[in-house]
Design a protein around this ligand. Sequence first.
Ligand code: AR6
Length: 349
Amino acid sequence: MPLTIVRNDITKIKCDAVVNAANRHLAGGGGVDGAIHRAAGPELHRACLKLGGCRTGLAKITEGFNMPCKYIIHTVGPRWHGGGMHEAELLASCYRESLRLASEYECESVAFPLISAGAYGYPREEALHIAVSEISKFLLKNEMTVYIVVYDRECFKVSKKLMSDVTEYIDQHYVDEHFVNRQSAAMSNPSFISNHSPRMNRGMTGALLDAMASHEYGKRSFSAREEQGLEEMLASLDESFSQMLMRKIDEKGMTDAQCYKKANIDRKLFSKIRGNVNYKPSKPTVIAFAIALELSLEETKDMLMKAGFALSHSSKFDVIVEYFIRNRCYDVFKINEVLFSFDQLLLGG
Ligand code: AR6
């Protein structure tokens, strides 16, 4: 997945470059800067001192030393002064400059903390938004895997209005999982059925159990006519997920790259799907493509069905996705911010 938001300690992430939220002296400090210096060891401090500091909004690079990455990119975020001191431009520039350096050093993967969102006091919801927006712009033109690493357990307030709209939608549509679980327990547990549903116990279930017990089940051989019928059905299967995807890309007048980039899917995965008519994608992959193609809810369900999935009101993930499709909001990265806030899987491959 080109852009992923993860909850972790950035010093534990294995990737080509880790970005540090440094200060202008590059002299080490608290927060993520302190954690990176501790993990990298004292050589990092010596290497930083040779760089002669760094201006706000710019970035410099060193080796990774004892960190599990090749490089550390040091960028200096703006202090938050209320928003009127070019903070947003400077913060956006930190992401652009860091990504530019990462490209120059041929990094295939980079991990960012939420720059300025700690000691420098940038409101986290806006800091996250700038991070997602700058990184996704960069990914439209470049191939890279980028992680935004969020440390705190506290849930992000993506946008108070959006979060409350999504929460309200979930409240209205989300079927309580326990209710569904009780029902499915009744369907799958024969003792539950025998205790709670005597009629069903001796009905279909009983017949099936009897058949299995007397070894009839699976023993019966197909007649030649039945076999031919099955072969004909198999020969005229419906359009596959991969075929539907390619057809929709053409119908929408998109290029392949426009589609997979908008879907937050990497090129390799897209090539696999294109090259294999029977490719079995994951559910978040299918939904990411449906969003990139701006499909209606019905079309999305159709595409999901081709891959063997459905949208269900007993899954929060599904209800959130449905909310965005119904509201015709087709921005995968915005949807991922909300999914992340609700601790759900993210869209992409
Ligand atoms: N992994 C990932 N994220 C982290 C980690 C970690 N190990 N530790 C903290 N964060 P901050 P700033 C998050 O204060 O606001 C330093 O002293 C943290 O929760 O590290 O840019 C420098 O020397 C927050 O969301 O950086 C500067 O003087 C985000 O990282 C100053 O702080 C950034 O918080 C820079 O302040």
